[in-house]
Design a protein around this ligand. Structure first.
Ligand code: IPM
Ligand code: MN
Length: 352
């Protein structure tokens, strides 16, 4: 297969983890005789520094015409502590999600047999966890009306959802549930928020189209608690943008390290694959960040291209590296910590 992949390394550890994913993908391409053409493009703080904005038009054109986008991370501490900054790296990510129509963010949470005891949660609670949070990604408070009034002393961000936005996300949730254990949980705050009541009403009306799917409705605060108490109680979760942002960070630690969980953003056309961790600026340039979440995001990409064997090979080699202790310092404890680049080299060599 011939694939054009836009490569958006971004900020912080982004370039380092992306490099490892490229090594692994190239090795897979050689093994299965695919031709991958990488199309690097600027985004985030790196793009602000180069051209003054975090998601330049050139980058959008490259992404929109590619078969998929592989994304590292964006964000830089110099913007975080400056509330007056006019342009921010994160705006690039939001603009990209919106312009590419990436309305659904697929964030799986699963455990690795060799890492169960690295999780902050007890083995018996998490072993066998396998859930997917489907986060709405182009609506809600992230894209609502915002501003200041009262001479800057009052600030507001509004959470707005249309029935159509909820429906298109819920369709993906129902479809995903049909391919798994047929359980779907709609997470909202319908006891307080009007937008959540629209979520509930919309999803309830869709239940008749998927008679085999067992749907539950839970409040987000309770789900935050149950996710760490008994994650095996969930299969597919659908939720709005901000709730999903928070719950997916929470869920990511179940596996033992935030550096492990991949994600896919899907929607109208081009799909985007990225680790769920951020730019981890403290580690940037040190060759110590865990590249596995990005490598596993590439596995999701192959799977979506219908290249199941390729995806399985990547997952197998990742499991092998974990079992053999070829890991970065977040997972090494007292044993030797490997460099980011060493882990990438090892994976690329062993994926054959
Ligand atoms: C994520 C990130 C982003 C988000 C930030 C960087 C804007 O936290 O992808 O989860 O909040 O969506
Ligand atoms: Mn987040």
């Amino acid at each position: 297969m011939k694939l054009d992949i836009a490569l958006l390394a971004g900020d912080g550890i982004g370039p380092e983890v992306i490099d490892q994913a490229v090594k692994v993908c190239d090795a897979i391409a050689t093994k299965y005789k695919h031709e991958i053409s990488w199309k690097p493009a600027l985004t985030g703080a790196a793009a602000i520094d180069a051209v003054g904005e975090p998601y330049p038009d050139d980058t959008h054109e490259i992404c929109a015409s590619a078969d998929a986008v592989l994304f590292g991370a964006i964000g830089h501490p110099r913007f975080d502590n400056d509330p007056s900054a006019k342009v921010r790296p994160e705006q690039g990510l939001l603009k990209m999600r919106q312009k590419l129509g990436l309305f659904a963010n697929v964030r799986p949470t699963f455990t690795f047999p060799s890492l169960i005891d690295k999780s902050p949660l007890k083995r018996e609670r998490i072993e066998g966890t396998d859930l997917i949070i489907l986060r709405e990604l182009t609506g809600g408070v992230y894209f609502g009306e915002r501003g200041r009034k009262d001479n800057g002393n009052t600030a507001f961000d509004t959470m707005t959802y249309t029935r159509a936005e909820i429906q298109r996300l819920a369709v993906k949730g129902f479809e995903m549930a049909m391919t798994r254990s047929k359980r779907l949980c709609c997470v909202d705050k319908a006891n307080v928020l009007e937008s959540s009541r629209l979520w509930r009403e919309t999803v309830q009306a869709m239940e008749k189209d998927y008679p085999e799917v067992e749907v539950s409705y839970e409040f987000v605060d309770a789900v935050a608690m149950r996710l760490v108490q008994w994650p095996k109680g969930y299969d597919v979760i659908i939720t709005e943008n901000l709730f999903g942002d928070i719950l997916t960070d929470e869920a990511s630690v179940i596996s033992g390290s935030m550096g492990l969980m991949p994600s896919a953003s899907v929607g109208e056309k081009t799909k985007l694959y990225e680790p769920i961790h951020g730019s981890y600026p403290q580690a940037a340039g040190k060759d110590i960040a865990n590249p596995l979440a990005t490598v596993l995001s590439a596995a999701m990409m192959f799977e979506d291209f219908g290249l199941q064997q390729e995806a399985e090979d990547i997952r197998r080699v990742v499991n092998k590296s974990l079992a053999e202790g070829i890991v970065t310092e977040d997972l090494s404890e007292d044993a030797k910590a490997y460099k980011t680049s060493e882990v990438g080299d090892w994976l690329a060599k062993n994926v054959y």
